[in-house]
Design a protein around this ligand. Structure first.
Ligand code: ADE
Length: 213
């Protein structure tokens, strides 16, 4: 079973997304597990401080290294486990990375916040991942993106057949177009071949309409 451990100071952000649809079913079937850890609980002072001003001056607050370190130390590690830091400076996430991560037993995701984190946090992780060249207010949305893309590749969650035909399953490949009822919408018709019942012709048509991104 693949276990996700997410380190955040905003655990409530994850409440709704993981309680719906495919992720919800995967959790119920115990095909995956998701633990949310609030690293504020690992701050030692009475104000539970997780951030501080940057040495050398400058705007904003920086996440401190110790609460994250202590939170990580408190997580029981499985065999085949990886610690990933979410940061716009990381390697850009794609389907290939999702597939590699889906073969782990444990994926630990650290969500940054504010203006960044103490550079020494980077020493605690195996990999740094970005979900695209833009800056978000924190790593929580990226963590949800990664859990979603990775979890659906875990065997038993989605039919293997659907995964094999979908976009990006092969490098740079875009899936053929799909239609459902009605046959005619305004003046837009479903291609005749798809209504023909001729499976050989349908396969050929789909092959023709696959394309490279
Ligand atoms: N944190 C803020 N922006 C991010 C991004 N684009 N990817 C990953 N983590 C982030």
């Amino acid at each position: 079973m693949l276990q996700f451990d997410i380190l955040t100071i905003f655990p409530a952000i994850f409440d709704s997304y993981f309680k719906e649809s495919i992720i919800k079913r995967a959790l119920e079937k115990k095909l995956i597990k998701i633990n949310i850890h609030n690293f504020r609980d690992f701050a030692k002072d009475k104000h539970k401080t997780v951030d501080d001003r940057p040495y050398g001056g400058g705007p904003g607050m920086i996440l401190k290294v110790e609460p994250i370190y202590r939170c990580l130390a408190n997580i029981k590690r499985k065999k085949k486990s990886k610690i990933v830091l979410l940061t716009p400076k990381g390697k850009t996430f794609n389907q290939k990375i999702a597939s590699t991560l889906s073969k782990l037993n444990q994926l630990i995701l650290i969500c940054g916040r504010y203006e960044g984190f103490d550079e020494r946090v980077r020493k605690l992780v195996d990999q740094e991942i970005s979900i695209g060249d833009y800056v978000l207010t924190g790593g929580e949305l990226p963590a949800m993106v990664i859990v979603d893309a990775v979890a659906r590749l875990v065997p038993g969650i989605i039919e293997a057949e659907s995964l094999a035909e979908e976009t990006f399953y092969k490098k740079g490949y875009i899936e053929y177009p799909q239609y459902t009822r009605p046959e005619v919408f305004k003046n837009l018709r479903v291609p005749k071949v798809l209504l023909s019942g001729d499976h050989k012709k349908i396969r050929e048509w789909r092959k023709r309409y696959e394309r490279k991104k």
